[in-house]
Write a protein that binds this ligand. Structure first.
Ligand code: ZN
Length: 371
């Protein structure tokens, strides 16, 4: 099992320069190798195997940085490149740009070349870098690698990756009556409705909270001279707001998913294609895009798995909104009908609440079918 812990880094001036340089070199190698691969493919319609070492003669500055950073950049490229050969629809890997791409590089631990010592982290080529160590790995965790990054506000971070043995004790699901099971129905204007009738708001709420401040800051930027110091400062301000929104969203989704996996043994959801939903203008495309449901279900899945609990995805064709959760009657119901009114048993129930109960029942049926 793998686990990453992220720490804020406080490099001194020289260290910061070397980090920036290493990030730049990793990007350079990636782009050089990609360019040659593209040219070779155009000419020969075949895969080119190249390595960072080939470029060190023409670009001697590549020798000055951590060679593992270059090796990892090349490995990432090869991975993306191979998947292109497997599936041509995904297209060639894209070139990395200083502006658009994430500013980071990855290096590996070799016999303690990366290690935490008090309030410092030893990193290859950089030596000991001051860091805020808010959490420590357990004694039996193996430090595998680290990714050093710089965010849009100029702050440095390190994400340390550990590997450890972990035995999962799966809970007993032979008697569904003894399990705490919940069904979640996706809501585009919110996050979900659960089978107990509770609604969760979407993480886009945080974007809305800062929307005005963001618009104001962006308007101010228009009045600054491009390239001026004030322009740069204003961009930093905007990035800070974006980061704040991002962190609040993540924090909310993390807490909510932890709460659910602690309370329930089995979580059932519909297997939706979130991208397709937001593209098809599901009534509220903007909300769908940033309500965080995709991220939320990913968190649920791994947290449940870690605890030996179950995450059940119901087939996307399962008609959760058409079935009466009370008597099983099935009828067509249109998107604008907010209530399910059953002509057979007379049940009147909120549309999403009804769907969530059906999702839960379908999950129970699936568990019983495995048992
Ligand atoms: Zn009914």
């Amino acid at each position: 099992m793998n686990r990453a812990i992220k720490y804020r880094l406080y490099p001194n001036k020289e260290q910061a320069i070397l980090i920036d340089k290493t990030i730049g070199c990793a990007r350079k190698v990636y782009n050089l190798m990609l360019n040659d691969k593209v040219e070779y493919y155009k000419a020969n319609k075949a895969m080119l195997n190249n390595s960072p070492a080939q470029y060190k003669k023409d670009y001697p500055f590549l020798k000055e940085v951590d060679s593992l950073a270059l090796a990892n950049a090349s490995q990432n490229l090869n991975k993306a490149y191979k998947s292109f050969f497997k599936n041509k629809n995904i297209g060639f890997p894209k070139f990395k740009s200083k502006k658009r791409s994430r500013l980071s590089y990855t290096t590996n631990n070799q016999k303690g070349s990366i290690r935490i010592n008090g309030s410092k982290i030893k990193i290859p080529k950089l030596g000991f870098v001051r860091a805020s160590i808010h959490r420590k790995a357990k004694k039996d965790w193996l430090l595998k690698s680290a990714t050093i990054s710089k965010d849009s506000c100029g702050k440095y971070y390190i994400s340390v990756l550990y590997e450890f043995e972990y035995k999962i004790n799966y809970i007993d699901i032979s008697n569904t009556d003894e399990l705490n099971i919940i069904g979640l129905d996706y809501k585009s204007n919110g996050l979900y409705m659960d089978s107990d009738g509770n609604k969760a708001f979407g993480s886009n709420k945080f974007f809305r909270q800062y929307e005005k401040r963001l618009a104001k800051a962006q308007k101010k930027l228009k009045n600054k001279n491009v390239g001026s110091k004030n322009c740069y400062k204003q961009i930093l301000k905007i990035n800070k707001i974006h980061n704040k929104i991002k962190n609040k969203r993540l924090d909310y989704l993390r807490k909510l998913s932890t709460k659910i996996v602690n309370l329930y043994d089995v979580v059932c959801i519909e297997n939706l294609n979130i991208k397709a939903l937001s593209n098809k203008g599901f009534g509220n495309g903007k909300a769908t895009l940033d309500n965080g449901y995709g991220m939320f279900t990913t968190m649920l899945e791994y947290k449940l798995n870690e605890r030996g609990k179950y995450f059940i995805k119901i087939d996307k064709w399962y008609p959760s909104s058409q079935i009466c959760s009370n008597c099983g009657n099935k009828q067509k119901i249109t998107l604008d009908q907010r209530a399910y009114i059953c002509p057979k048993c007379g049940k009147i129930i909120d549309r999403d609440y009804n769907a969530a109960i059906n999702i839960k029942n379908e999950g129970i049926r699936l568990i019983k079918s495995i048992n």
